[in-house]
Design a protein around this ligand. Structure first.
Ligand SMILES: Cc1cc2nc3c(=O)[nH]c(=O)nc-3n(C[C@H](O)[C@H](O)[C@H](O)COP(=O)(O)OP(=O)(O)OC[C@H]3O[C@@H](n4cnc5c(N)ncnc54)[C@H](O)[C@@H]3O)c2cc1C
Length: 469
């Protein structure tokens, strides 16, 4: 009889170690790199959700503004082409994290989150973004009885801040999704759901360009300096002079000598099955197709794709020097443990399901777990990032506030603590690597083995890293 690890290895036999979201689309049209010197009003660096939403909103606010966006590789090269893409209302990585970080501002941040999601939805409709959106809600499920308290706390928090929330007991949650380890759930149906992030990012590029944004791909920002009232950005084959610059480089910012004192580039991993047959779908249930998070210490998240594949994610990794593209993640080994968690969740699919894709993506982790702003060149260049694993829609909000900071707009958001404070300092290598390695190992094994791992996870959280949120 084969062990679970052996079954998992077999299931990865024909897997493509690349993001399903981009692999399932026709090849993207790549816009040519910059090959001359140019000028613009606003330069945006980074072609993910944050940069693209920044470009679109900058044009919506002032249509005659000359906006240029440069991307080091192709659009969606970063986290935006690789998430689970479960959409949540919060702009600060969940209500519990908002309470932890900004207890005085939770109510307003929750209101801003709802406003952001409503504006996101209005933009999807206004620009007719073709991106497989399903507004089916998000659900947190308790794994066994250990997570029951977390579910009750989740329900209370949702209701306290005016969200809809339905608590489900064991039989109700299992009639939604047929997993024997789900013992309760909380389902918030409004303002949340799932989206195809690869389609969304390409559609955002289309809209940005239709609004007049000039996009240059394969054009990395190499250096910048202040010259008079301009910022001069060098790229390999041309210079850009701009009055304002927004850095939307997310995890890559960990390569910047000052930004990286607050940002660490970690990886999170995902596997995607082949499309389920009708019988397999019937065995799983999942009629309402919610995006799901669980209460494991190292959280797993899952959702369905339009063609009924199960996406299952959540296994963190860190590679020395904030490596944003490790070769190890293009081999089966790092995904075996994740697939074992999949088998525990859906034992009815074990042995018969294959995984078509497995990949990892870069996450900009800070002690805040949500966006922060770093100001350079007297506030004319702003880094906006650090969304952790919670930025598909929050990055629209993050980019809006970045523009307000850059253009000194007199709006309440720019006076709030989240816009004016920094996350904690993160030590450099080799301490970063050593700390991350022990933490990742503890997270991988704490639920089965407990012991020192529990103490370690608690200590890391006390130091300001909310790694189990
Ligand atoms: C595995 C995984 C699962 C996730 N799941 C979810 C989820 O379910 N829900 C959710 O809300 N969020 C999720 N996220 C988080 C979400 O994907 C990110 O927060 C979001 O995509 C961040 O967008 P961004 O534009 O800030 O960064 P990115 O998409 O990473 O974009 C940064 C871009 O900057 C470019 N760049 C870097 N350096 C340079 C340079 N020098 N010059 C020019 N360009 C440069 C990069 O190539 C990249 O394209 C997940 C992330 C991962 C990795």
């Amino acid at each position: 009889m084969l062990t679970d690890d052996e079954i998992a290895r077999q299931s990865l036999h024909a897997t493509r170690f690349t993001t399903y979201w981009l692999d399932s689309l026709p090849n993207a049209h790549i816009d040519p790199p910059l090959e001359r010197d140019i000028h613009c009003d606003l330069l945006i660096v980074g072609g993910g959700f944050c940069g693209l939403w920044g470009a679109i909103q900058a044009k919506e606010q002032v249509p005659q503004r000359d906006v240029v966006l440069i991307e080091a590789f192709g659009i969606a090269n970063g986290a935006s082409g690789r998430p689970a893409a479960i959409m949540s209302t919060s702009v600060m990585h969940g209500i519990d994290n908002t309470e932890r970080m900004f207890p005085e501002e939770v109510k307003e941040l929750e209101r801003l989150g709802k406003e952001n999601m409503d504006e996101f939805r209005a933009a999807v409709e206004r620009y007719q973004l073709d991106c497989d959106i399903e507004w089916n809600g998000e659900m947190t499920v308790s794994i066994g009885d250990q997570g029951l308290e977390a579910i009750d706390e989740g329900v209370a928090l949702y209701l306290k801040y005016g969200h809809d929330a339905k608590k489900l007991n064991k039989s109700e949650v299992q009639s939604e999704i047929n997993s024997p380890i789900f013992h309760a759930g909380v389902w918030s149906k409004k303002r949340s759901g799932t989206v195809h992030p690869g389609k969304l990012v390409r559609e955002l590029k289309r809209v940005a360009m239709e609004l007049g944004v000039r996009v240059f791909e394969y054009t990395p920002h190499v250096a910048n300096k202040r010259q008079g009232n301009q910022i001069i950005v060098s790229t390999p084959h041309g210079q850009i002079s701009a009055s304002k610059v927004m850095l939307a480089t997310n995890a890559w910012a960990a390569g910047h000598k000052r930004i990286r004192t607050r940002v660490s580039a970690i990886r999170d991993r995902i596997v995607v099955t082949e499309p389920l047959t009708d019988e397999q779908m019937a065995s799983v249930g999942w009629r309402h197709r919610q995006g799901i998070y669980d209460t494991r210490t190292q959280l797993n998240y899952l959702r369905l794709t339009k063609d009924n594949r199960i996406l299952f994610g959540g296994r963190l990794g860190y590679f020395y020097g904030n490596n944003t593209d490790p070769t190890l993640d293009k081999t089966p080994e790092p995904y075996i443990r994740l697939i074992n968690a999949f088998y525990q969740t859906f034992p009815q699919l074990k042995s018969e399901i294959r995984f078509s894709h497995a990949w990892s993506g870069p996450i900009a982790l800070t002690t805040r777990m949500a966006v922060h702003y770093q100001r350079y060149h007297q506030g004319n260049m702003v880094f906006a990032g650090g969304y952790s694993g919670f930025g598909v829609t929050a990055s629209r909000f993050g980019a809006r506030v970045a523009l307000a900071i850059l253009y000194n707009q007199d709006i309440p958001e720019t006076k709030m603590a989240f816009a004016n404070t920094q996350p904690n300092y993160i030590p450099p290598e080799p301490f970063r690597w050593i700390g991350a390695k022990i933490t990742m190992y503890a997270l991988d094994t704490v639920d089965e083995k407990g012991g020192w791992r529990k103490l370690w996870v608690k200590m890391v959280e006390k130091m300001g890293f909310p790694i189990t949120l």
